[in-house]
Structures are given as structure tokens and as C-alpha cells.
Design a protein around this ligand. Structure first.
Ligand SMILES: *[C@@H]1O[C@H](CO)[C@@H](O)[C@H](O)[C@H]1NC(C)=O
Ligand SMILES: *[C@@H]1O[C@H](CO)[C@@H](O)[C@H](O)[C@H]1NC(C)=O
Ligand SMILES: *[C@@H]1O[C@H](CO)[C@@H](O)[C@H](O)[C@H]1NC(C)=O
Ligand SMILES: *[C@@H]1O[C@H](CO)[C@@H](O)[C@H](O)[C@H]1NC(C)=O
Ligand SMILES: *[C@@H]1O[C@H](CO)[C@@H](O)[C@H](O)[C@H]1NC(C)=O
Ligand SMILES: [Zn+2]
Length: 390
């Protein structure tokens, strides 16, 4: 059940090894023009002001920063379940020793306030493990239909591929945390887990000016100890109900593109039986996972309303900075407090007859009716906001 960690780790290492150090310009995947930012982001000259731990290694716990982060929490109030030892191949060494009341999702599918689905008719679009050198191809494609998604970022990759991160932040995608070094969360101590989350948060804040509040555990590995830490840090955890297993298309992996396509096709064929919407697991980790995402997105858009998880939850404030608003299903529009920019949260399409009966339809209609006017307004407002902010 649990994804094989060695393979993912190899992939993350592969992505990290790709050349992209700080000062080089963003590799533009397709040459398509990048839309003006919807969310103004701070200036960045290629040199981080903050000190970050080594990439792709468990974040240290002995720095003054981590000590300060820990001091702000009450670890006594966190459920005291033991750290779970994992094998090198990515499974708990002794699954039967995991206590039932720890509500471990990977071992028992136990849910405790984790988000796993969107409302009926809605597809929560999520891409994990970015940003990578392949990400901008995906972002270019999303831009062609003004599609927004939730991006669960690995902190080490944010440092490595900061140009792609800043682009996605400005575009109004929902940026969320996926730890610093992609370990199974329950294999970490309280202190290590807090360090992994907070260093990732700090990198996103430095590059984008905001602090995420949504988290996805690597491998879906979460229990009540990890949830207790997340809740104290102000996070909502997001798992999924549909897993593409696209990451298994990696070199040496066991899954073909045809199998990933078939998984999407099966979900689409069964959409008329849906009793809930969905949250999917896809990856912007590798060229073929991005290819699969691009090939299948139009079919999803034709079947469900596709949008970020925060949008399907009607949460206009997925960042700690509450003056930043992202688009939601019920009509909230993206921008920064004091501005009036307006962008639809998804690409509404005809699709299956199971659209949610919210105000989204009417709102979406009015958005598309005045798209070019809005694009202009967005640009002006973004400029004005950027000037006002910086
Ligand atoms: C770039 O930004 C860093 C961090 O804010 C700063 O220390 C550095 O002096 C800046 N470099 C230049 C050339 O402006
Ligand atoms: C920390 O949590 C414990 C257990 O819930 C509680 O008894 C204690 O008062 C809390 N400490 C602080 C400083 O809030
Ligand atoms: C889906 O609906 C069809 C009827 O349209 C039915 O035959 C089939 O058994 C249903 N499948 C599931 C998995 O519920
Ligand atoms: C959208 O839904 C959220 C949560 O249900 C609610 O707080 C908000 O007021 C709604 N906004 C609109 C414009 O309906
Ligand atoms: C938004 O709020 C943050 C603090 O949460 C503040 O630093 C920032 O200046 C605010 N931006 C605007 C445009 O008001
Ligand atoms: Zn992951």
C-alpha cells in the first residue's frame, strides 16, 4: 500500500541533481508568454536572505530557528504515539505494532479531519513533489485554460527551482507544504517534523510573501501525533481518494503511461456513479508525470469542475496572510486586500451532469463573458498592488 520510498527518493534526488542553481534564469519550457501575476510577490535577487539546511536531507533540529519554532508549540499537548521505524524500501518495519488509536492513514486508511474528497461534481487538482525542472511545462499548460491547481511543494525543491515556485505563487495556484526532504512523516520525531514543515514554510514565505496552511504528508503517511503537530502549526492535511500512481512511471518503475491513462479513463467512465467529488494524486516530479498530467487534464475538465482543494472547500484564505484571497468555487476572486482583481478558479466546461448546485455556474459565466476585460483589469491591479507593496 505504501509507495516505495527508495524509488521516490531516487527521483527526488534525480530532480535535485538537475542543473538549476540560484542565479541562472528560469528555463522557459515552451516559450509561451507567462501571465502577469495575480498575487503580487516580493522581489528576489537570486540570493536567499535566510539560511536553509542542506537539501534532500532531514532538516536539523538544533538551530536557533527550530528551537524558536518548537518553543512556540506545546508538545505536551501532542498525542504521544511512538515514532514508526521504516524499512529502506519504505514500509513500516513492524506494521502490527502501530497502535489502532494513532489513526495511521497508510496502514489503516483512518481519517481524522484530513481532506480526501471535494464536493460532488468537483475534482480537486493536486500535483506533488515540485517544483522541478519539468514544472514550467505544466504551468504553461495550466495557463492556457486559466486552470489553477494545488501544488504540494518540497522545500528542498523550492530552493532548487525557485523561479518556477515564484511563477506558480504569482499565478494564483494554491501553494502548499509537502515537507523539506520527503520522509514518511511518522518516521520523524516531533522536532524533525516541525523543522521539515517550518523550513519549507520559510522558503515559500521568502520567495512568495505568504505562508501556506495546507499540508500533504509524503506517501500519505500521517497519524494523530503528526496531525497534532500540524494543527498546532495551523495546517489542514490533505490526502486523496484517487491515486494515479504516476510516480511509478519513473525509470526502473513498473507503470506505463497507458496504465495511468487507463486509470483516468476508468474514473471518468464511472463519474456518473459518483456520490462525492474527488481529490487526486498526481506529480510534477518527472517528465512523464507532467506529460500524463497534460494529456489527461482536458478530459478531467470536461467531466468535473477542476480546481484547487482550497477552492472546492470554499476557503478563500489558504495562506496565513488573510489579506490574500484565492479564487473559490462559490465565487471568491483572487487578489490582495484592497484590490479588485477577479479570476475564475477553474475552467468551467459542460461536462457530466453532476455539477454542484452552487453559485459557481453563474459566476463562471460572468467571468468568461468578460475575460479580456478582466485580464486587463487584473494586469492593472497587479501592477498597482506590486507598486503599493514594494
Ligand atoms: C540580494 O539579496 C540578498 C538577501 O536579501 C542580499 O543580502 C544581497 O545583498 C542582495 N544582492 C544584491 C546584489 O543586491
Ligand atoms: C500544554 O498542554 C498540556 C496538555 O494539554 C496542558 O496541560 C498545558 O497547560 C499546556 N501548556 C501551556 C503552556 O499551554
Ligand atoms: C455504475 O452505474 C452503472 C449503471 O449506469 C452500473 O451498471 C454499475 O454497476 C455502476 N458501477 C459502480 C461501480 O457502482
Ligand atoms: C463561500 O463559502 C465560504 C465557506 O462556506 C463562506 O465563508 C463565504 O462567505 C462564501 N462566499 C460567498 C461569496 O458566497
Ligand atoms: C498583508 O498582510 C501581511 C501580514 O499578514 C502584511 O505583511 C502585508 O503588508 C499585507 N499586505 C497588504 C497589501 O496589505
Ligand atoms: Zn510526494
Amino acid at each position: 500500500m505504501l509507495a516505495k520510498i527508495s524509488l521516490i527518493a531516487a527521483l527526488v534526488a534525480f530532480a535535485a541533481a538537475a542543473p538549476s542553481p540560484s542565479a541562472s534564469p528560469a528555463p522557459k519550457a515552451s516559450g509561451a508568454p507567462v501571465a502577469a501575476p495575480i498575487i503580487p510577490i516580493p522581489p528576489f535577487n537570486g540570493t536567499f536572505a535566510n539560511a536553509y539546511p542542506p537539501q534532500d536531507a532531514i532538516a536539523p533540529t538544533d538551530t536557533p530557528l527550530v528551537k524558536a519554532w518548537l518553543a512556540a508549540l506545546n508538545l505536551t499537548a501532542v498525542p504521544d504515539f511512538p515514532v514508526v521505524p521504516f524499512t529502506a524500501s519504505g514500509d513500516p518495519q513492524n506494521p502490527t505494532s502501530i497502535p489502532a488509536d494513532s489513526c495511521d492513514w497508510t496502514e489503516t486508511n483512518c481519517i481524522n479531519k484530513d481532506l480526501t474528497t471535494c464536493p460532488l461534481g468537483v475534482w480537486g487538482l493536486t500535483y506533488d513533489d515540485g517544483p522541478t525542472t519539468f514544472s514550467e511545462q505544466l504551468y504553461d499548460f495550466l495557463d492556457t485554460t486559466n486552470q489553477k491547481a494545488t501544488l504540494f511543494y518540497i522545500g528542498s525543491n523550492v530552493i532548487q527551482n525557485w523561479q518556477a515556485a515564484r511563477r506558480a505563487c504569482g499565478a494564483g495556484h494554491q501553494i502548499a507544504v509537502h515537507t523539506w526532504s520527503h520522509q514518511p512523516s511518522t518516521s520523524l520525531t516531533d522536532e524533525q517534523f516541525v523543522a521539515e514543515v517550518k523550513y519549507t514554510e520559510m522558503a515559500i514565505k521568502e520567495l512568495c510573501g505568504f505562508t501556506p496552511t495546507y499540508f500533504r504528508p509524503p506517501y500519505g503517511d500521517i497519524d494523530n501525533r503528526i496531525r497534532g503537530l500540524l494543527w498546532q502549526m495551523g495546517y489542514t492535511s490533505v490526502i486523496w481518494d484517487y491515486d494515479t500512481n504516476d510516480w511509478m512511471m519513473a525509470p526502473g518503475g513498473t507503470r506505463t503511461m497507458a496504465q495511468v491513462d487507463a486509470a483516468f479513463a476508468g474514473w471518468i467512465a464511472n463519474a456518473h456513479n459518483d456520490t462525492t467529488g474527488h481529490i487526486t494524486l498526481e506529480h510534477e516530479l518527472y517528465q512523464n508525470t507532467v506529460d500524463a498530467a497534460i494529456a489527461n487534464l482536458p478530459k478531467l475538465q470536461a467531466t468535473w469542475k477542476t480546481m484547487p482543494v482550497s477552492a472546492c472547500m470554499n476557503d478563500p484564505h489558504p495562506y496565513k496572510e488573510k489579506n490574500i484571497t484565492l479564487a473559490t468555487m462559490n465565487g471568491t476572486t483572487a487578489g490582495v486586500a484592497g484590490t479588485t482583481t477577479s479570476v475564475s478558479s477553474s475552467t468551467p466546461t459542460g461536462g457530466a451532469g453532476s455539477q454542484p448546485s452552487t453559485g459557481a455556474g453563474g459566476k463562471a459565466g460572468s467571468n468568461s463573458a468578460s475575460k479580456s476585460g478582466l485580464a486587463k483589469a487584473t494586469f492593472v491591479v497587479a501592477l498597482a498592488a506590486a507598486v503599493a507593496l514594494f
